[in-house]
Write a protein that binds this ligand. Sequence first.
Ligand code: GLU
Ligand code: MG
Length: 437
Amino acid sequence: MIKTPLVFAAISDFSGKLRGKSFPLADLEKRSDKGVGWTPTNVQITCFDKIAETPFGSLGDLLLVPDPETLVDIDYGDHDPSDRFVMGDIRELDGTPWSCCTRSLLKHALARLENLGGVKLVAAFEHEFQLDAPTPTFGEAYTHAGFQSQRRLGETLMGALDVAGMSTDTFMNEYGPDQFEVTVNPTDGLRAADNAAALREITRSVAKRLGERASFTPIRDPDNVGNGVHIHISFKDAQGSPTTYDRNGLAGMSQVTGSFVAGILKYLDSIIALTAPSDVSYLRLTPHRWSAAYNNLGLRDREASLRICPTSAQDEAGIARQYNFEFRAADAAASPYLALAAIVHAGAQGLEEGLAPPPVTQEDLSLLSSEDLNAKGYVRLPETLPEALARFEKNQVVRGWFPKEFSDVYLAHKRGELAYLGTMTVEERCDVYAKTY
Ligand code: GLU
Ligand code: MG
């Protein structure tokens, strides 16, 4: 049969979905210059295919401009079509970044950090997902048998990520039923977000080819663990040398790391609406689920919002190269661009305010009374999406990091998403999110 190979130009928008338009692959260079037409109100399409309240209505025109360096082109060698897409920026017709372009917002945040701290951000997104198994697995957490049952999926996925230019790390059978985790190695901030957006698509595509369905929903079963997205962060200077670690710093944090981490913790309750942005995200962010429930820093503690990760090197230079911390209060309902932009701005704000490095918690914060928590400077993170949105809405510092129009559009989007859920039970909510992510 005849065919013209198409490439899909995409943006991971407020819903965390990859939306865009396709055109002939042969036109990629031309389109990287002139873009493809885009409509402002598209940003208000929620994950449930409803258009939330929109200030744009049917008016306006934008351009989705692909960045050819992000081209993913995977021929799986089966008879199904290739995965072929490219990430892009949304611009006004005059070429300036659009206020609600998630990728442009991340670029701006990274530039702010570089200006303030003289460092470049390096990141890696660690993803958990679950397969819709006809009979959920039992007794297979972390087992070889559980891994073996999806070895083919793991091997195909790692092969595809490799072709997509990612440096693959691990694939494993996680603790939850039919839950798997895939990790890739760190890279520059923008590319890490490009990779995260691509990895979710590729994982779904690989699963589908093998007759499975992969879901990145934040939580499938309220009585079980969730699917987290853990964002590993480190810094390097202009010469590319690591600057995250200082042997004399508190818990090994360099000055820039200490202030950055303190900024994230200070603003966490107000940015979580951007990093864990679904209704069911807050079922996951509860104590004893190895996710994140308080604005604390832990040393190798998987219950902390920010965790200083272990290093295995025995020499100082090796430790400095490996040293990183991870943000655990994120999930895949969030656009990786928006989640990372919010984290980077919060960290940069910590640098701007010259915040001191925060203490490392050693205790189970869920056992403290709210007075004791307050006395120690901790807060319980918002327990519902409406509460998280209200904190974001009220925080003028956080809103000030983004273009003027952005916050109200984002809030309207998320409130439109909540309206769809109406009076659904918790189980029904988990179900619709499992279907859409
Ligand atoms: N599933 C946990 C989460 O929701 C993470 C488990 C782990 O530490 O990898 O974040
Ligand atoms: Mg995990």
